[in-house]
Design a protein around this ligand. Structure first.
Ligand code: SAM
Length: 288
């Protein structure tokens, strides 16, 4: 299997009249060989590593992942692509699951592969219409995946990695930074794909934090509070909490002051640890 082979095959397949690119599945195929080579340098892969891929498409990235790892487990929603992938790769290298990743039980599927690996990581050029639910699913549901390297829209990559009190900081930044150390590893121009998307992209690397020092008493309460706090970004935290929990505003002012927070503060000014403290405080008062 030569590298150039898969890329040329990708281009030929996309141009052929039998294959229709499905926009509804967010299909933008990477066709720049240099970029693919550079992407697979970002994660820490060895010949002992199991790599999970979401949306292998026509296999451009998959080919490089197979070359560097022990095995690849991939989820592809499009049955037409699954047929092509099955003809391109052997089952020894690639376990292919034809399903919507959002519906899978990720850790159960990993456990079904009975070989031993040094670690399990995820590398993917994500379908952009479901980037956020995919990343949140991985960090909320998997206890096995330790590193996540994903292509997202540049704008989403900036949100994921942004700090409090900046314009890009939002609920996604808080949810992801609670569990991982996140960096933008590389920017990718739109012309590296067929068809070219309307926006530029970036590779984000998320290292799952092994022992999170500060944990909320209830992760689901914490995530719900974070989401609700950013519902109306321009409003104060006070107003968003009032809307979510129906508490009297005077009471909320008192709670915020108890936690050392300015009652006029906006969600974008709160750090991850501020949100954890607020979530625990509300939960202690049985405010859910
Ligand atoms: N990995 C290929 C590449 O880099 O050229 C294709 C990436 S393309 C941006 C996204 C891929 O995800 C497509 O192959 C698409 O069919 C697949 N996909 C879309 N939604 C999916 C889902 N819910 N579960 C699994 N795969 C999905």
């Amino acid at each position: 299997m030569s590298k150039i082979g898969t890329i040329n095959q990708t281009k030929d397949t996309i141009r052929s009249s039998d294959f229709k690119v499905k926009k509804k599945f967010g299909q933008n195929f990477l066709i720049d060989q240099n970029i693919l080579v550079n992407i697979v340098k970002i994660p820490s892969i060895s010949k002992e590593t199991l790599v999970i891929e979401i949306g292998p498409g026509l296999g451009g990235l998959t080919e490089h992942l197979i070359e560097k790892s022990a095995h690849v487990l991939a989820y592809e929603i499009d049955p037409d692509l699954v047929k092509i992938l099955k003809n391109t790769f052997s089952e020894k290298d690639l376990t292919l699951i034809n399903m919507d990743f959002l519906k899978c039980n990720i850790d159960e599927d990993i456990m079904k592969i009975t070989r031993t690996f040094d670690k399990v990581i995820l590398v993917a050029n994500l379908p952009y219409y479901i980037t956020t639910p995919i990343i949140l699913k991985i960090i909320e549901e998997s206890n096995i995946i330790k590193e996540i390297t994903v292509m997202t829209q540049l704008e989403v990559a900036k949100r994921i990695t942004s700090s409090p009190s900046t314009k890009d900081y939002n609920s996604l930044s808080v949810a992801i930074q609670y569990k991982t150390n996140a960096i933008i590893a590389m920017k990718v121009p739109r012309n590296a794909f067929i068809p070219a998307p309307n926006v530029d992209s970036a590779i984000v690397k998320l290292d799952v934090i092994d022992n999170i020092e500060l944990k909320p008493k209830s992760e689901s309460h914490f995530y719900n509070l974070v989401r609700a706090s950013f519902v109306q970004r321009r409003k104060t935290l006070l107003n968003n909490i009032h809307a979510k929990y129906g508490l009297e505003k005077d009471k909320i002012v008192e709670y915020l002051q108890t936690l050392g927070l300015d009652p006029q503060i906006r969600a974008e000014n709160l750090s991850v640890s501020d949100f954890i403290a607020l979530s625990d405080f509300l939960l202690n008062l049985q405010i859910k």
